[in-house]
Write a protein that binds this ligand. Structure first.
Ligand code: NAD
Length: 299
């Protein structure tokens, strides 16, 4: 039988990801600071423990899915962190989207304890997390990739090795910068079309058979009522929070500054999402930029 896997961070993404590990026969030992998030998994038979250190005491393979860099530092190197109790030879996989420099720091700290840390951020959203079809972008020692892939393939359709630790984050940050630009572009395009008298469903259908098609138009349309099963039909609840997208755009800006790379549209996208956070959209799905643009019309 399969040995237990630790899972820390059972939010919008962590919950369905951990469920897929259980589905594949892995006993899961989980922890989250917010006890309410653990309920569903506990009902499915997962063991719930108080702290990341408790999880590391029991499981020698651990996946973390946390909001941002400070949470990851806390969960690995904090007073009740994984590294307080980690077993030698443990494999620690962080699927959060964070600063690649923090991934490198965590890898060095883990190595000091005789453990291996890899970054493996994901793309695909809650839908893909639920259906086990995420894309994982993995950074770290290549000889550990096979062991990581065994677990990640239970939750994803694509598991791609990117290079040394931090390169998974690099790929993810680039993807999300493009995603944000595409989402804002889709939202403003749909809004203009509606203003020109087009039915939004018809306009989406035409875009999706034309050269403007993108993931935000055909899989995650921001206009309420155009598609089923997306946050826009659920008052932008669930999904990928605006505050998290803002974080990713900030990471893209930092890395662009460090490498002296022009990212003009990425910078504008960052400012738009920052404004949204300040205007009450922080915890809504990032496709709510459509709603934000509607309100900006000042009608
Ligand atoms: P979320 O906020 O829904 O979930 C994060 C969970 O971590 C919460 O349950 C929170 O209570 C828990 N947590 C925070 N600090 C903790 C700590 N110190 N110890 C234990 N648990 C802690 O976020 P999410 O949407 O699941 O996203 C997680 C990560 O994945 C983020 O980095 C995000 O950018 C990335 N991501 C999200 C999506 C998406 O569509 N939601 C897609 C791809 C990548």
């Amino acid at each position: 039988s399969k040995t237990q896997v630790g899972f820390i961070g059972l939010g919008n993404m962590g919950n369905p990801m951990a469920k897929n590990l259980i589905k594949h026969g892995y006993p899961v030992i989980a922890s989250d600071v917010f006890p309410e998030s653990c309920k569903e998994l506990q009902e499915l038979g997962a063991q719930i423990l108080d702290t990341p250190a408790d999880v590391a005491d029991k499981a020698d393979r651990i996946i973390t899915m946390l909001p941002s860099s400070p949470n990851v530092m806390d969960v690995y190197t904090g007073p009740n962190g994984i590294l307080k109790k980690v077993k030698k030879g443990s494999l620690l996989i962080d699927s959060s989207t964070i600063d690649p420099a923090v991934s490198k720091e965590m890898a060095i700290a883990a190595e000091k304890m005789g453990a291996v840390f890899m970054d493996a951020p994901v793309s695909g959203g809650v839908g893909a997390a639920t259906s086990g079809k995420l894309t994982f972008m993995v950074g770290g020692a290549e000889e550990e990739f096979t062991a990581a892939k065994e677990l990640l393939s239970c939750m994803g359709a694509n598991v791609v090795y990117c290079g040394q630790v931090g390169t998974g984050q690099a790929a993810k940050i680039c993807n999300n910068m493009l995603l944000a630009i595409g989402m804002i572009g889709t939202a403003e395009t749909m809004n203009l079309g509606i203003r020109l008298g087009l039915d939004p469903k018809l306009l989406a259908k035409i875009l999706n058979m034309s050269s403007g098609r993108c993931w935000s138009s055909d899989t995650y349309n921001p206009v309420p009522g155009v598609m089923e099963g997306v946050p826009s039909v659920n008052n932008y609840q669930g999904g990928f929070a605006t505050t998290l997208m803002t974080k990713d755009l900030g990471l893209a800006q930092n890395t662009a500054t460090n490498t002296k790379t022009p990212v003009i549209l990425g910078s504008v996208a960052h400012q738009i999402y920052r404004m949204m956070c300040a205007r009450g959209y922080a915890n809504k799905d990032f496709s709510s930029v459509f709603q934000f643009l509607r309100e900006e019309e000042g009608q």
